[in-house]
Design a protein around this ligand. Structure first.
Ligand code: KMH
Ligand code: ZN
Length: 280
């Protein structure tokens, strides 16, 4: 059955690894805050949550116990499809990032190539990308391919040609735009990236970092794509107006989608979109 073109996947990325709690007290960094955020965002229309975990000092961590505990808590408290970040922070090593899969999330982010990341470099060499992809496939975890640059779009085609499709046969990717060092968060860049997507891609979303959030969201909706929003990517609603909560960003995305006749996809619909068992 073809996907319903009026359905809109809203993914919320509530925390990320880059913003300090001290700089943004509204950032959900404890498990309790994350669970509350997930529930609020589900009520606002989100279908999937992209999760980065923090430690007791609110610092990013890939501690396996914490990741497993987080997956369990989210499954117990909300219906959202749980996607764990395998990107972590730019300081995380490859082994720790591979071990994220052991927490058995429904989905995992999978960045397809290296990208400059502000003053840092987010390293994703080809052998690591292949190992991560094979690990996700072996465990039946649906990858969401993170594409920060046009070169990543091309590389996704190479990855799928060499290793085949994910379990379930669906290929979902997310254009992450406006990272300093990656592709710009513009309508022109989005159109170019979408035109270059491999034919095997079955769905895509886009997210614009910082002030590119709205231009990217509007361009993505105009091209029929889905949306990722959240405080991982955007900390202001407008210049000088801090985001009060992740749910506000989800509500805004839902309302923008509504203007062009799109309705939020339920978590069950998201599972279908990703090739996961809808009944699980
Ligand atoms: N924190 C960035 C270095 C992902 O979650 O997979 C990587 C990132 C991508 O956020
Ligand atoms: Zn992330």
């Amino acid at each position: 059955m073809p996907d319903d073109p009026t359905a809109l996947l809203l993914t919320v990325a509530p925390t990320g690894a880059e913003t300090a709690k001290a700089d943004c007290p509204a950032l959900p960094t404890t498990l309790e805050e994350l669970v509350t955020t997930a529930q609020e965002c589900e009520a606002a229309g989100a279908g999937m949550i992209h999760v980065h975990v923090r430690d007791d000092r609110h610092e990013p961590t890939l501690d396996p116990g914490r990741l497993a505990e987080t997956v369990a808590a989210l499954r117990e408290s909300c219906g959202l499809v749980v996607q764990l970040s395998t990107g972590g922070s730019v300081h995380d090593g490859y082994d720790a990032r591979l071990r994220v899969l052991d927490a058995a999330p429904d989905s995992c982010s999978l960045t397809v190539g290296t990208v400059d990341f502000g003053d840092d470099v987010f390293l994703n060499p080809w052998p690591f990308v292949q190992e991560l992809y094979q690990g996700a496939c072996e465990r039946g975890i649906a990858p969401e391919f993170e594409l920060f640059d046009l070169g990543h779009v091309h590389r996704l085609g190479r990855l799928l040609e060499r290793h085949g499709l994910p379990v379930g046969g669906r290929v979902h990717c997310d254009l992450v735009m406006g990272v300093p060092g990656g592709m710009p968060g513009t309508a022109d860049a989005l159109v170019a990236a979408v035109a270059a997507l491999p034919a095997a891609v079955t769905s895509w979303s886009a997210t614009g970092i910082g002030r590119t959030a709205l231009p990217v969201a509007l361009a993505a909706l105009s091209k029929g794509g889905h949306l990722r929003v959240g405080m991982e990517d955007t900390l202001t609603m407008a210049p000088g107006e801090p985001v009060g909560s992740n749910a506000r960003l989800v509500e805004r995305a839902r309302d923008l989608g509504g203007l062009v006749g799109r309705s939020p996809l339920s978590p069950q619909g998201v599972r279908r979109l990703l090739g996961l068992d809808p009944a699980a």
